[in-house]
Design a protein around this ligand. Structure first.
Ligand SMILES: [Mg+2]
Length: 394
């Protein structure tokens, strides 16, 4: 089997939004993720405080379709819009055409080395990730088996999901492991913001009752001192983990938190890249829970290596957005040290067939994902997908 075509698409945001509104899978006000107050690295600038959409960029979905000479195709995706898509289209695809997709270790190494002169984190690794995911989808289809079988087989037959988002009433009594709250305030909002963060946690504990878990997501907006104070203040409400409180480069800060905060676990990693980034985080003992995003960290190949590195240090891995990304769901089932899958009610994800691009995205049932029954990742382009995707030409 040889790689014959590499097609690269960018989701057309306007067309996709119109399509989602038409199929009733999105509300017209936009997502809580980008349109509500959430503490973030730009929170100290008043003009960007209210909504992350006021500054977020390059978030556009990039879809990769790799077609082999026998007609089989594999799909992958990442974000980063035109920047990511251009790297794949104009650079990475040059080394892929004519190659054997089963030589995935070699291809990953080559992709990393040719993009190394202009980036070891961020956009270039997002590009590598999208291609790696498509290669794994393709080779597991060629083997006529689910992706998790190609990754070593199932380690469990179901996995419990938790929900990220601040709407507790949607989550209670639906079988989920718990709820992860996006913390609205950080150091720039002072003691008043701190009290409001604590009130949100207290109110959530009240709604969820004593047994569901609560986690806090802080999107790189806090510092060491603020995190330690918040951990003390929320301790009475039993918080399972506190996530991504610091900028990703403050590895010493994470190590300090991981030693000093004992009432909650420290989790981080969604903005860390490749085994090299994770090696530093793990060696510093920066977190008890590692959260690589399979579409950003370097794909299935790199996420799997990170799971192995974590297992040698008795650390857990809970992939960022894992329950929303089919490739990640297969990784979750194949790895012993991944206990939960992240899920979120955004972009209409509580509706069946919510995705405008792919058919075959599994949803949790009563809070649990079941072992996928499919060949590869089970993804195919949904009818009308090509109308919301802009293809790059070469
Ligand atoms: Mg997070």
């Amino acid at each position: 089997m040889k790689i014959e075509h590499v097609r690269v698409f960018i989701l057309n945001g306007e067309k996709a939004h119109a399509q989602q509104v038409k199929q009733g899978s999105i509300n017209t006000e936009g997502s809580w993720l980008s349109e509500t107050v959430i503490a973030n690295p730009m929170s100290n600038y008043p003009e960007y405080f209210d909504r992350r959409s006021s500054w977020l960029g390059m978030g556009g979905r990039v879809i990769v379709q790799i077609i082999a000479d026998n007609g089989l195709e594999g799909f992958g995706e990442s974000t980063g819009g035109m920047a990511t898509a251009s790297i794949i289209n104009e650079h990475i695809s040059r080394i892929l055409l004519g190659k054997d997709p089963f030589q995935i270790e070699k291809l990953w190494d080559m992709m990393f080395k040719i993009t190394l002169p202009y980036g070891r984190k961020g956009i270039p690794i997002m590009a590598v990730s999208a291609v790696d995911l498509a290669l794994w989808d393709l080779i597991s289809k060629a083997r006529q088996e689910p992706l998790y079988v190609s990754l070593g087989g199932a380690t469990k037959d179901k996995v419990q999901a938790y929900v990220t988002g601040n709407e507790s009433t949607k989550i209670k009594d639906r079988g989920f492991m718990g709820q992860k709250l996006a913390m609205p305030y950080g150091p720039s909002s002072g003691w008043d913001g701190m009290k409001r963060n604590v009130a949100l946690v207290a109110e959530t504990r009240d709604i969820l009752g004593p047994d569901m878990e609560i986690m806090l997501d802080c999107y790189m907006a806090w510092n060491v001192e603020y995190t330690i104070r918040m951990a003390e203040l929320v301790a009475p409400y039993r918080v399972k983990w506190i996530e991504e409180t610091l900028p990703p480069d403050d590895i010493d800060g994470y190590a300090e938190l991981n030693r000093k905060v004992i009432t909650s676990a420290i989790a981080t990693g969604e903005h860390e890249y490749t085994r090299y980034g994770y090696q530093q985080l793990i060696q510093a003992r920066g977190a008890q829970i590692l959260q690589p995003d399979i579409c950003w960290v370097g794909g299935v190949s790199e996420a799997r290596k990170i799971c192995t590195m974590a297992s040698a240090c008795n650390l857990e891995v809970i992939p960022h957005a894992g329950g929303l990304q089919p490739w990640a769901l297969h990784l979750i089932f194949s790895q012993v040290n991944i206990p939960y899958a992240e899920f979120a009610y955004y972009h209409g994800a509580d509706k069946t067939n919510y995705d405008v691009v792919f058919e075959g995205v599994q949803l949790p049932q009563d809070g649990w994902f079941k072992l996928p029954e499919c060949i590869g990742t089970g993804l195919s382009l949904r009818e009308g997908a090509l109308e919301v995707l802009d293809e790059l030409t070469r």
